[in-house]
Write a protein that binds this ligand. Structure first.
Ligand code: CO8
Length: 258
């Protein structure tokens, strides 16, 4: 991909793949990577032929954090004025479900990037952590908020305050990952999960992801209201009629993503 320098992008079936590709820096996330990942995700998000996105790194590193060397000399004013990590909010806002396929280090911003995804598949060689306090800063791409919501206060606080790295087994036990698979199977399994998602009706996927997001962002009453409205709204889609007709007629549905 001539248009990207720090990532590789391809489409397999209905799945859009974004592979972080800065091996010399263990896929540390610099400004270029942020812009490219966001652009690639938004391009896939706008493509009706894509029903799920996979984000992955290498076997050694999903991403070892934000790029420390790029940030080191910045002032507080510069960080504020350039909103150094602001564009990541656009990655978290894509409507298409995103699967993170994590092997090796997912540290700092790398762990936070995984936390912006909807499904986190981890290889048995994955390691997660928020080491920022060791650098004199704190997680800045959502870690303090999404970890508390995902793991509960005490587990999240221990990770953020100590910077301790956890392995895949512990990550699964505390609910930081959806599932752990052998390292050799990670990419195949990610494609299988993502393609399983991507074959579902796109309007239902968008509604499901938006409703799941609402669970993290709103009160229970508001979230339930959102869910009921989204549920009702799907009854104007062709795929709802097709899905239910196929059930009644005991055949496989043929969705048009309409
Ligand atoms: N940034 C820049 N370069 C990195 C990073 C990084 N985060 N991580 C690794 N690298 C580079 C190394 O400097 C090294 O480069 P070189 O060969 O030129 O010296 C190369 O990648 C290979 O790394 P190592 O030699 O260190 O590899 P090891 O296998 O010995 O160690 C580790 C692997 C343990 C992962 C180690 O590299 C490490 O500790 N990395 C830093 C981890 C870290 O602290 N991450 C958090 C960064 S801060 C952050 O993410 C903030 C989140 C968002 C902030 C938002 C603010 C608004």
């Amino acid at each position: 991909d001539a248009e990207y320098q720090t990532i590789r992008v391809e489409q397999r079936g209905r799945v859009g793949w974004i592979t972080l590709d800065r091996p010399e820096a263990l896929n540390a996330l610099n400004t270029a990577t942020m812009r490219e990942v966001v652009a690639a995700a938004e391009t896939f998000d706008a493509d009706e032929g894509v029903g799920a996105i996979v984000v992955t790194g290498s076997e050694k590193a999903f991403a070892a954090g934000a790029d420390i060397k790029e940030m080191e000399s910045k002032s507080s004013v510069e960080m504020t004025l350039t909103d150094h990590f602001g564009a990541w909010a656009r990655f978290a806002a894509v409507r298409t479900p995103v699967v993170a396929a994590v092997s090796g280090y997912a540290l700092g911003g790398g762990c936070e990037l995984a936390l912006m995804c909807d499904v986190i598949l981890a290889s048995d060689r994955a390691r997660f952590g928020q080491p920022e306090v060791q650098l004199g800063v704190i997680p800045g791409m959502g870690g303090t908020q999404r970890l508390v919501r995902a793991l509960g206060y005490y587990k999240a606080a221990e990770l953020v305050l100590t910077g301790r790295m956890i392995d895949a087994a512990e990550a699964e036990r505390v609910g930081l990952v959806s599932r752990v698979v052998p390292a050799t199977d990670l990419l195949d399994e990610a494609q299988t999960v993502a393609q399983t998602i991507a074959e579902k009706p796109l309007p239902a996927l968008y509604a499901a992801k938006a409703a799941l997001d609402a669970a993290l962002e709103t009160s229970l009453a508001e979230g339930l209201r959102f869910e009921r409205q989204a549920f009702a709204g799907l009854f104007d889609t062709a795929d709802q009629k097709e899905g239910m007709a196929a059930f009644r007629e005991k055949r496989a549905p043929s969705f048009t993503h309409r």
